[in-house]
Design a protein around this ligand. Structure first.
Ligand SMILES: Cc1cc2nc3c(=O)[nH]c(=O)nc-3n(C[C@H](O)[C@H](O)[C@H](O)COP(=O)(O)O)c2cc1C
Length: 212
């Protein structure tokens, strides 16, 4: 077996052509995302979300992208979780997509804002019944008092909502990440990778290439 320091892949991606790239990075993202979906990679919508704690520590974890609109990127979570509390205090976040199979990475930096209750409700009600019950049962990021507490709470809520509609919990919903910058990275031969960075300039986007 190879030693870690000898694991090495020479990438083969194409050059990112500044003349043919979308002027809006959200359109460029959609194009890349479609390609990722076509390749059938597992959960191309999985992204690393980093937040800043009130003490200035960085917290990172994976969440799923569940929507894109012309304002930004939407994910859903428990608003009282660690990430929810971090965002409540400081809404500066970053999102990282790594699609290894495509030799591509996208980094989004911006501000997270709660979406409307109506939109959260619409998504919540589209989820399987068991996921809706689990949202009620999980005190996300809190400490369990005993091993089976989550299971017991699930059964409790299952009973409570038996033959009933499951309402959207007040503590659960979506965040929209409005990007201030988006960077596209593609792996190329001999570590000559290509990077294009979009940064928001009032209503337009500045587009620049960065050394890899
Ligand atoms: C592939 C994958 C997808 C996930 N998707 C979500 C998600 O969409 N929303 C969410 O709240 N947690 C999701 N999680 C769980 C989070 O990574 C994390 O454990 C949880 O949200 C608690 O994070 P926090 O304590 O930092 O708030 C996912 C985990 C994995 C591995």
């Amino acid at each position: 077996m190879k030693r870690i320091q000898n694991l090495r892949v020479d990438y083969s991606g194409k050059i990112l052509d500044l003349d043919n790239i979308n002027k809006n990075p959200i359109d460029e993202f959609k194009k890349w995302f479609k390609e990722a979906q076509k390749k059938n990679i597992l959960e191309p919508n999985a992204m690393t979300l980093s937040t800043v704690s009130p003490r200035g520590n960085i917290n990172s974890r994976t969440v799923l992208l569940k929507g894109i609109n012309n304002k930004g990127f939407i994910f859903y979570t428990n608003y009282e979780s660690r990430k929810g509390n971090d965002i409540n205090f400081n809404n500066t976040v970053s999102l990282v997509f790594l699609w290894k199979e495509l030799e591509k990475q996208i980094i989004i930096k911006g501000n997270a804002k709660k979406i409307s209750k109506k939109d959260s409700e619409k998504y919540f009600q589209s989820r399987p019944r068991s996921s809706r019950i689990a949202a009620w049962a999980s005190n996300q990021s809190k400490i369990l008092s005993y091993e089976n507490e989550l299971k017991d709470r699930f059964l409790e809520y299952e009973e409570k909502f038996r033959n009933k509609e499951i309402p959207l919990p007040d503590f659960w919903g979506g965040f929209l990440v409005e990007p201030k910058s988006i960077e596209f990275w593609i792996g190329r031969k001999s570590r000559m990778h290509d990077r294009i960075s979009y940064t928001r300039n009032q209503k337009n986007w500045n587009i620049q290439k960065l050394y890899p």
